[in-house]
Design a protein around this ligand. Structure first.
Ligand code: ADP
Length: 211
């Protein structure tokens, strides 16, 4: 089964993915994580993406689609799409890429969340640059300040989690990604994730996916 996690930045897509990978054996395709890996390896692709990402803007479609097409060469089933597609063009291209592999998107999980909650979560988010686990400065703190519980790596604030960048990212989502909600209507499961803990989020996801 291929699943798309559709939701604004901070809605919990990464947190749900983490649990679906650990407990249900899915493979995550997170275009944000792929870009961050390219940036830390200082590749040509990373150099192209960094200026958009740090500005809070979407990377141009052709660059992202090329990167996803390359990923799909290695695996095209049991995937969790996290952060892709984010535009109508990307959605159309994904359909074509999956059809060429004899597969498709089966379910779209739409994470609905109040914008004030997204803002509060993103502006308090700290992440592990190694395992990608995210924490909240006040509500979901690591056992040792600024150290990842899982692998002991020093936690960081993502450059695009600066307040002025958060605003731009939410605008990008509302303008370019929210229209996808309509096109996926026939395979959509709606989840209200405004006031849920990571544990409850996973329970709701499992119920929504009938796993
Ligand atoms: P978030 O969901 O919190 O915004 P991501 O890690 O998914 O975080 O994405 C971070 C950034 O990576 C985006 O703001 C954008 O610059 C770039 N990016 C990721 N996925 C895409 C995509 N599908 N299309 C264009 N840009 C993308």
């Amino acid at each position: 089964m291929n699943i798309l996690l559709l939701g604004a930045p901070g809605s919990g897509k990464g947190t749900a993915s983490e649990q679906l990978i650990d407990k249900n054996g899915f493979t995550q395709l997170s275009t944000g994580d792929l870009y961050r890996a390219e940036i830390s390896n200082k590749t040509e692709l990373g150099l192209k993406a960094i200026e958009y990402m740090n500005a809070g803007k979407y990377v141009p479609d052709e660059i992202t689609i090329g990167m996803v097409a390359k990923f799909l060469e290695t695996k095209s089933t049991n995937l969790l799409f996290d952060g892709f597609p984010r535009t109508l063009v990307q959605a159309q291209e994904l359909d074509k890429l999956l059809a060429a592999k004899g597969t498709k998107l089966d379910v779209v999980l739409h994470f609905k969340c109040d914008e004030s909650v997204l803002l509060e979560r993103l502006s308090n988010r700290i992440i592990c640059p190694k395992c990608k686990k995210s924490y909240h400065k006040v509500n979901i703190r690591p056992k040792v300040e600024w150290i990842c519980d899982t692998d002991g790596t020093e936690l960081v604030v993502r450059p695009d989690d600066a307040p002025e960048k958060i605003k731009i990212r939410l605008e990008e989502y509302n303008t370019l990604t929210a229209p996808l909600i309509k096109i996926y209507n026939n395979k959509m499961v709606e989840l209200d994730v405004t006031n849920v803990t990571p544990k409850k989020l996973y329970e709701d996801v499992v119920k929504g996916l009938k796993l």
